[in-house]
Design a protein around this ligand. Structure first.
Ligand code: GAL
Length: 696
């Protein structure tokens, strides 16, 4: 079995020898094996008609490529690749390892995943493999090598698509092999059993280990499993999947060092620490399925796109999958309204994406996804609204090559850390209601509505490019990362940190001497106790002073979930609690530290308060004001050396007038707008700089 190095260094994009990828990618998952060969010719012709320039191929093809162990059939794939090449369509060729064939389970039942309760997950669906299984890894490695060797010089090959949505269905496996691999992982992390006993605090509840093989994954237990054991198992499980990815990557890079590799991410997928993966991707790819019935889904999609652009860090990122019309896996699968598919595609492009792809090209006739929308729907292409929208978008995107090298340059960042998320939501906490995504969104949504564009960063990132850094619930932090944040503020940065931050170290041991101890100097305070609220309980915040706006003094806002009881050590009070025994005590504070400023919010406040607070902080820090547009209009800006491209997206179903400060040209219609323009319902405009003199 191959154990790849988890810290494989990044392969710089500049080493890529031939230009593999279209400027703006357009296409989808292509599953020709579900159709007879007569359909293939038609597919290739229709792809050209739709402006498709790349498709993802063979994602779920292992069972057809290797129908029996060691017996292969690549003939159909050869034909398809040649056909696509003849039609000028590039291929994002999958390694086909996402769903092992049933024979693997028959030969190696131990390769099947096992839940924490000991339930085996059988073939018949997909992704039924234990990530640590040698039989799975060996079988996958063998197939990847054969595919890479066979197609390495094929002219249609543009990119390798490794596996598919790692961790989507099986993120953790609790089988005996996983237990063995977990022990090996722990030996590498701790070196000695005594170091592990210290980190896991096994003096508690008689948990001391004398031998490595006494240790197991946190399987079902009578009560709370050891928190550090749980946390380490989450780290291990994310790493086990990463090892599978790196194992495939290593084979591909050995055979085709210049072909970019990717795997498709799922946004804020809790079990998979994507920060560790992104440095080993040449292209960041995201599958995006916002729920059209959820009013927050537009904001959530934006947040996910910002995360992916931030992970790409200058490399390209693409939407690898979205749906044209409706999915099949929600209780009710509502249609995207006419124009919404285009609008939501431009939402991603506006946030830096250089590709829009769909699941899938042709809608399946049978199988679990037959009711999932596609580029070619069941009705066919004549008389089809979906097809008309698909071809129109393809034509438009194909004309946008000029934006390909542009990206965001943002002044505000949010610190987001997967490990802290895992630790925050382990069991036996002061409140089960503190959820990372809720807290993150309370910040993100506020600035999203203000059209302030945001990057995501890690706690150890260089924060100096940003004027403001937001820290929603950074529960777990190392001393080193706390110093990174502190020195950012000392150097002139502005931070806003909220409650239950800086509480534990990497082993989930509390920092003693007042909660938030690693940030005590920076914040100028100590949290002495915290008071989690009962469901439905609220309190109020009263503004104490606001140097920008003296009239704001006395304004009241609701808060809920939690109160920190704050003891000031240099910070000033900006808002106080209105009720309870800590009435009049500080709830929002500000501390001038070095050349910067640190705000601390000891509770979860209503959106109006967050709106006031973040508008105040961004103004104080000199963040460039966002354009003033009507509600429901999203504005994002991509820039390169030549131009700024400002995307205006109207998420309302009615048209809206947008006023302009300076004349600007819409690159989609080539129309020059002088003072204002009308954006239709679900409409999109991409405006550039004023015209050069002489232009009409
Ligand atoms: C994705 C997956 C695709 C397809 C799609 C349906 O999660 O990668 O294969 O199942 O969902 O929405």
């Amino acid at each position: 079995m191959i154990y790849p190095d988890l810290n494989v260094s990044e392969k710089p994009q500049s080493e890529t020898k031939r230009p593999f990828l279209p400027d703006i990618i357009y296409g989808g998952d292509y599953n020709p094996e579900q159709w007879s060969p007569e359909t293939w010719e038609e597919d290739a012709r229709l792809m050209q008609e739709a402006g498709v320039n790349m498709v993802s191929l063979a994602i779920f093809s292992w069972a057809l490529l290797e129908p029996k162990p060691g017996q292969y059939d690549f003939g159909w794939l050869d034909t398809i690749l040649d056909l696509l090449n003849k039609h000028g369509i590039k291929v994002n060729l999958a390694t086909a390892t996402a769903s092992p064939p049933p024979w693997l389970a028959k030969l190696h039942p131990e390769s099947l995943p096992v839940t924490k309760e000991g339930v085996i997950w059988w073939p018949g669906g997909r992704q039924q493999y234990c990530p640590s299984s040698p039989a799975y890894r060996d079988g996958a490695a063998n197939l990847v090598r054969l595919i890479a060797e066979r197609y390495q010089n094929h002219p249609a090959l543009a990119m390798w698509h490794i596996n598919n949505e790692y961790g989507c269905h099986v993120a953790e496996c609790f089988c005996d092999q996983s237990a063995r691999s977990f022990r090996e992982w722990l030996k590498r992390r701790y070196g000695s059993i005594e170091a592990l006993n210290g980190a896991w605090a096994t003096a508690f509840w008689s948990q001391h280990y004398s031998e490595w093989d006494e240790i197991n994954p946190p399987r079902s237990a009578p009560t709370y499993a050891n928190p550090t054991q749980q946390l380490d198992f989450k780290r291990f499980s994310s790493d086990a999947l990463l090892e599978c990815f790196l194992m495939e990557r290593q084979i591909l890079k050995e055979i085709t060092p210049d072909v970019p590799v990717t795997t498709n991410f799922l946004g804020f997928l809790k079990p998979v620490n994507y920060w560790q993966w992104s440095k080993n991707e040449d292209v960041i790819a995201l599958d995006s399925y916002p729920d059209p019935t959820d009013e927050h889904s537009i904001m959530e999609a934006a947040m996910t796109y910002d995360l992916n652009r931030s992970m790409a860090a200058g490399k390209p990122w693409v939407i690898m999958e979205q749906v044209t019309s409706q999915v099949n896996w929600r209780p009710q699968n509502v249609l995207k309204r006419p124009g919404q598919m285009r609008l939501l595609s431009y939402q991603a492009v506006g946030r830096g994406a250089n590709g829009i792809m769909f699941f899938q090209w042709r809608q399946s006739r049978a199988g679990a996804e037959k009711y999932h929308g596609a580029m070619v729907p069941h009705i066919g292409t004549t008389n089809s609204r979906v097809w008309r929208e698909v071809t129109a978008l393809g034509a438009e995107l194909n004309s946008l090559s000029k934006i390909k090298d542009s990206s965001h340059k943002n002044e505000v960042a949010i610190v987001f850390d997967w490990e802290s998320w895992w630790a925050l939501e382990l069991d036996s906490k002061p409140s089960a209601d503190i959820k990372m995504m809720d807290q993150l969104k309370s910040y993100y949504e506020t600035l999203f509505k203000q059209n302030v564009n945001i990057d995501f960063v890690r706690p150890d990132s260089d924060l100096t490019p940003y004027k403001v850094v937001l820290l929603p619930n950074l529960y777990m932090v190392s001393e080193e990362n706390a110093r990174n944040i502190e020195s950012y503020v000392a150097g002139g940065g502005h931070v806003v940190m909220s409650f239950f931050s800086g509480i534990v170290n990497e082993n989930e041991h509390i920092y003693l001497g007042g909660y938030g101890a690693p940030f005590r100097k920076m914040l100028g305070l100590q949290v002495q106790e915290f008071d989690p609220y009962r469901p439905g309980q609220t309190n109020r915040l009263c503004l104490d002073q606001d140097t920008d706006n003296p009239e704001a003094e006395g304004w009241l806002f609701d808060c809920n979930l939690w109160s920190d009881l704050i003891h000031l050590e240099g910070a000033e009070t900006l808002a106080r609690y209105e009720q309870d025994f800590y009435k009049t005590q500080p709830a929002l504070t500000r501390h001038h530290f070095g050349k910067g400023v640190a705000y601390y919010l000891g509770t979860h406040a209503e959106p109006a308060f967050m709106d006031w607070l973040l508008a105040k902080v961004t103004r104080e820090a000199g963040v460039t004001p966002a354009p003033n547009v009507p509600g429901g209009v999203e504005v994002t800006t991509r820039r390169n050396e030549d131009a700024a491209y400002r995307f205006f997206l109207n998420h309302n179903s009615h048209s809206i007038e947008i006023k302009l400060d300076t004349p600007a040209r819409d690159v989609l219609t080539n129309t020059l707008y002088i003072e204002s323009f009308i954006l239709e319902g679900y409409g999109v405009a991409i405006l550039t700089q004023p015209p050069t003199p002489g232009e009409k």
